[in-house]
Write a protein that binds this ligand. Structure first.
Ligand code: G3P
Ligand code: MG
Length: 247
């Protein structure tokens, strides 16, 4: 009998709920939990290196202060990106994109790697060229999905690197996102779960991967609607919920 594909569990910033977000420790925990995918956020340092961090400022997740764009990679590497989560993780560094990719390769990761370009507030001129160059040099044995709230970043990168998959992130502008999907052929939409539920936005022909799905009720909602995927801070919890529902 035909079985619909399982909703993929994508670890948001790694296993953000149980480890300091966007660190190698968080990505390793996501792999160990059995996540089908990993989501993370990329930005550019002052010396144009591709690094992993969610906020445009380093203040919330490190012991430094200021905008990431004003740090060189060496300066960023001096910061502590673990202590804010728990003293147990003191000394955990901010990873580069390459360090994350090498961790996934070492773990024989075969899932989906979703890299979000954090270009909606600071456009980081040249980041798309850097990413295309990186992925052209470094072949990876897993699926790569680029996403962004900024459509222009996706269009620019897609022209340089059409081999990857593309997804539009959005909070509320569903119509705009669907137009984007049709015109620019992004393969999927990544909406806020609250917006999805409020608008009953679950068209069968649209690949949806809502974020951020952390409680069992929202997880169950995504699994029951057979969404393509979902982002969660708690991949181990999602694996357990899915096993109960989908077997
Ligand atoms: O990619 C899903 C989600 O990460 C988008 O929001 O702010 O957590 O990067 P944010
Ligand atoms: Mg993100």
């Amino acid at each position: 009998m035909f079985k619909r594909p399982l909703t993929q569990i994508i670890a948001h910033r790694g296993s953000k709920g149980t480890r300091p977000e966007n660190t190698l420790s968080a990505f390793q925990a996501a792999i160990d939990a059995g996540a089908d995918g990993i989501e993370t956020d990329v930005q550019l340092t002052r010396d144009h290196q591709l690094v992993i961090m969610h906020d445009e400022r380093v203040d919330r997740t490190t012991d430094g202060t200021g905008y990431l764009k004003d740090f060189t990679l060496a300066e960023l590497k001096d910061l502590d990106a673990g202590h804010f989560f728990s003293p147990e993780y003191a000394g955990t560094p901010v990873p580069t994109l390459d360090e994350v990719i090498q961790l996934l390769i070492r773990n024989d990761f075969q899932g989906v790697f979703n890299l979000e370009l954090k270009t909606n507030k600071i456009p980081y001129p040249g980041i798309e060229q850097r990413l295309a160059g990186y992925f052209q040099r470094q072949s990876v044995p897993f699926r790569v999905v680029f996403s962004s709230f900024r459509a222009k970043s996706l269009i620019t990168l897609r022209a340089l690197y059409p081999e990857a998959e593309y997804a539009k992130l959005f909070k509320t502008a569903g119509q705009q996102a669907r137009r984007m999907q049709r015109r620019h052929q992004v393969g999927a939409l990544h909406p806020d779960i609250h917006w999805v539920k409020a608008n009953r936005f679950w068209l069968p022909h649209v690949q949806l991967r809502p974020w951020t799905v952390n409680n069992e009720a929202d997880m169950t909602y995504c699994f029951r609607h057979h969404f393509a995927g979902m982002f969660t801070d708690y991949p181990a919890r999602a694996v357990a919920v899915r096993a109960e529902i989908q077997g």
